[in-house]
Design a protein around this ligand. Structure first.
Ligand code: HEC
Ligand code: HEC
Length: 297
């Protein structure tokens, strides 16, 4: 099994590979994507901007604060964040990675109908959704400096793309939802491919200074049952293309694809179904009763 080899490599080189991931991020600013308008007509390409350009913006301070909030959410907003996670624990490479829940189209995609709530959502509503579920916390005041600074970062990241325009980058990758999860197999994959970073009990790992270096996957400090990540197939799609972090069989560092669809579904089912905080208001989700099959009761 060739995965075993990649795994040993991942454990041995974990630290070094994370550094390599950082370097890849720093050099990714020539990345281009096609852009289309509402009618599907081509617009000028989108070029992923380098963070070094932020100081040129009139609201540079606000954008930089937003960027920090997304990276150091737990430390900077302790009253609102219940989990021991940051927004960018899931929004990979600061929201710039294909299949890693990028923020690139976010500013231009709202307001939109939220499928879970079945009503119109502003971007503030959507951020507060992740705040209450993924961060197991409390909503931010919509007019707060924190909320508006995170939005300023997302707006900057969208660059000159007009509202309604769409950069051709996917938020999540495809996964075969017909696969039936095997939790025992998932447990074995977890031990082999994930525990080295996320801990044997999913509790995450801290560095020498006590900062959470690898975010928790279950337990009191993780996301709650209302989060998209608590759903088997959503988590599987994330894991397949992003985890194990820093290892992959082809492409750049940290692009995942070590796991096949069945592996991803098995390990996703295993870790999402370990104990985690509840989100009682989830009973109001999908009010017309059209719940996806991986909905968490
Ligand atoms: C546990 C993982 C996780 C964490 C932590 C998290 N998110 Fe998310 N977020 C997601 C996922 C997964 C989606 C996509 C959901 C979907 O597929 O509908 C998402 C979607 C979003 C969207 C909608 C993006 C779009 O373009 O449609 C925004 C905005 C967002 N998150 C902001 C945040 C902010 C801000 C934080 C921190 C306060 C945060 N998220 C924390 C997992 C997470
Ligand atoms: C080499 C270390 C490493 C390995 C191995 C690894 N991860 Fe991660 N994982 C991370 C890091 C680091 C993050 C946070 C994202 C970031 O900082 O870019 C993360 C984030 C996550 C997240 C979203 C945040 C959260 O806490 O829920 C999930 C889910 C996840 N990993 C699942 C897995 C699974 C399942 C495996 C095994 C198949 C795995 N990871 C293997 C390092 C790793």
């Amino acid at each position: 099994m060739s995965n075993l080899f990649t795994l040993r490599l991942s454990i041995a080189l974990g630290g070094i590979l994370l550094v390599a991931t950082g370097l890849a991020q720093a050099s990714s600013n020539n990345t281009r994507y096609a852009v289309v308008d509402k009618e599907g007509q081509p617009l000028p390409d989108y070029v992923l901007p380098s963070d070094t350009l932020i100081p040129d913006e009139p609201n540079a301070e606000q954008i930089l604060y937003g960027k920090r909030l997304l990276n150091e959410t737990k430390t900077l907003m302790p009253d609102n964040v219940g989990s021991h996670m940051n927004c960018n624990s899931c929004h990979i490479e600061q929201g710039t990675k294909p299949y890693g829940a990028p923020y690139i189209n976010t500013f231009n995609s709202f307001p939109q109908i939220n499928p879970r709530a079945e009503r119109m959502f502003s971007l503030e509503d959507r951020i507060n959704g992740c705040m209450q579920r993924s961060m197991n916390g409390k909503p931010l005041d919509e007019d707060s400096n924190e909320m508006q600074s995170m939005i300023a970062y997302m707006k900057w990241l969208a660059q000159d793309v007009p509202h309604g325009g769409r950069v051709q980058i996917d938020n999540s990758g495809p996964i075969d939802k017909s696969l039936v999860p095997d939790p025992d197999r998932g447990k074995a994959i977890y031990a082999l491919q994930c525990a080295a970073c996320h801990g044997s009990n999913g509790e995450g790992k801290r560095d020498a200074s006590g900062t959470m270096a690898f975010p928790p996957l279950w337990g009191d400090e993780s996301f709650n049952l209302g989060a998209g990540m608590a759903r088997t197939y959503k988590a599987a799609a994330f894991i397949k293309y992003n985890m194990p972090m820093g290892v992959n069989t082809h492409g750049g560092w940290g692009e995942g694809e070590v796991l096949n669809d069945q592996d991803a579904v098995d390990v996703a089912h295993y870790f999402t179904h370990q104990p985690r905080p509840d989100y009682p208001a989830k009973i109001y989700d999908f009010p017309s009763g059209n719940r996806p099959k991986d909905f968490r009761d």
